[in-house]
Design a protein around this ligand. Structure first.
Ligand code: NAD
Length: 253
């Protein structure tokens, strides 16, 4: 029987890369996103093992409805990968309350609500020998925040703390919970801010010490590890995948 995952934010960037990786390995993927057109394009590209589910994870009711729909279609879930997220750029002095609330509602509250809604289905797949998995998308910003993205950094630090507590609270259910903290990844989230001539106020971390920014596949590789038997004893941790970006301070000049 094929393994089954829910991927949020599946219509773009890292989520789409994870969905491509998993469907390519024979998984069935329920892809949640707020963008129906991009979800449909993803289904056309990935084929029938990708099942689009339109849902705005800023809404608790919409999340409940989406997981009811998924629960009606599948009896169990082997993995949940939470990639849906937003970035809003601005200083903490000038950022609007609406932008701050949006960042936390999607990145933090929506991620927690998706994990909670998925738990009953994950429990049905989980055993001590084959634990179910949750992978949350934190960010290197949780470990080393930058000016002009303070709300985003705080929302991702919260994701890493949720990861730790969920891992311990759900360990007895054989559900492993980990987070990935990418450095800059070349996706539609950051391209408007990093393309030549962009003047949005966003402060780029620049290329990593490895000499390039990450591609979604770099993150999908580590998601693949966290879903594999090799990670059966890994839970409650945030793994940086940043090419060494925050390993050591690089003094200017
Ligand atoms: N790209 C980076 O440099 C980077 C670095 C660190 C962490 N991350 C994190 O990785 C995750 C994926 O980011 P990405 O770069 O692939 O971004 P992206 O913008 O390419 O993809 C994010 C997806 O989330 C969806 N989404 C946004 N709001 C939603 C909502 N309310 N309900 C449902 N879906 C919604 C979007 O429609 C989009 O398809 C995010 O959590 C992001 O914060 C990204």
């Amino acid at each position: 029987m094929s393994k089954i995952a829910v991927v949020t934010g599946a219509a773009s960037g890292i989520g789409q890369g994870a969905a491509r990786r998993l469907t390519g390995e024979g998984w069935t993927v329920y892809g949640i996103d707020v963008a129906p057109d991009r979800l449909e394009a993803t289904r056309a590209s990935l084929g029938g093992n990708f099942r689009p589910v339109v849902c705005d994870i800023a809404s608790a009711d919409a999340i409940s409805a989406a997981f009811r729909e998924i629960g009606a279609a599948t009896a169990k879930l082997d993995a949940l990968i939470c990639c849906a997220g937003v970035l809003r750029v601005g200083s903490l002095e000038s950022m609007s309350v609406e932008d701050y609330d949006l960042v936390f509602n999607i990145n933090t509250r929506g991620t927690w609500l998706c994990a909670r809604a998925a738990l009953p289905l994950l429990r049905k797949a989980a055993s001590a020998e084959n634990p179910a998995r949750i992978v949350l998308l934190s960010s290197i910003a949780a470990l080393r925040p930058k000016i002009m993205s303070g709300a985003y950094a705080a929302s991702k630090a919260a994701v890493s703390q949720l990861t730790r507590v969920l891992a311990v609270e759900w360990a007895a259910s054989n559900v492993l919970v980990n987070a990935i903290a990418p450095g800059t990844v070349d996706t539609p989230m950051v391209r408007p801010h990093t393309q030549p001539g962009a003047n949005t106020g966003y402060k780029s971390s620049g290329i990593s010490p490895l000499g390039r920014v990450a591609q979604p596949d770099d993150i999908a590789d580590v998601i693949g590890f966290l879903l594999s038997p090799a990670a059966n004893y890994v839970t409650g941790t945030t793994i940086p995948v940043d090419g060494g970006t925050q390993a050591a301070f690089v003094p200017p000049g």
